[in-house]
Ligand binder design. Sequence first.
Ligand code: 6PG
Length: 224
Amino acid sequence: MTEPLLHVLDDPVDAVARLLADQAGAGGAIVLTGGTSIGPAYEHAAVYEPNWRRVSLWWGDERCVPPSDDRSNYRLARLTLLDRLAGNPEVHRIRGELPAAEAADSYELDLGDRPLDLLLLGLGDDGHIASLFPGSAQLRERATRVTYGDAALPPFVERVTLTLPTLLAARRIVLLAVGEGKSDALARALAQPVDEATPASLLRGSEAPLEVFSDREAAKLLAN
Ligand code: 6PG
């Protein structure tokens, strides 16, 4: 159990963009997240570091939709990051166009036992991370690096997701939480007992210290 490092900043998105750009310049395996908060961080990172040739790019989770679908986490990264780079990474997409079980198996084979250098995560309003939802069977999966299942929050499409042990083993774990809507989940994640009802709280069992980047609104329920 390691103490999380909380950074409450005026612009946490830009701070994440800069650490993402630094990692891209250094190279290695980078795991992207989806959601609505992270897009501007990808856009800034593409400006700070346009050469991602030394990167192998992965996703922490994906919605089971085609890569052209506006719910696709791959499409989000393509529009905000990949299409803006001068040097392209090696892209390891979760094949959301396949049936969930097939997409998960394919991603598991692709990932193998590769170590993950930087894992980016968003925080669901319910405290989920990647597509590991509160109290779900997927959250309890320990035998595989990848699993799949239904979503407990919109979009209600099946999801493929890295499993908790895989998240916890990442060499660096960065969680972005922006806005008042995250304040309850962030307080439960960082200041309440570790509980499967708040998957983000389980990140406190990670090997590397959890690094949280938030704004004042998201951190408002946490003591200074
Ligand atoms: C997804 C994401 C998910 C997201 C959180 C936060 O596929 O939706 O991977 O884990 O990061 O739900 O999303 P917002 O940034 O939109 O609040």
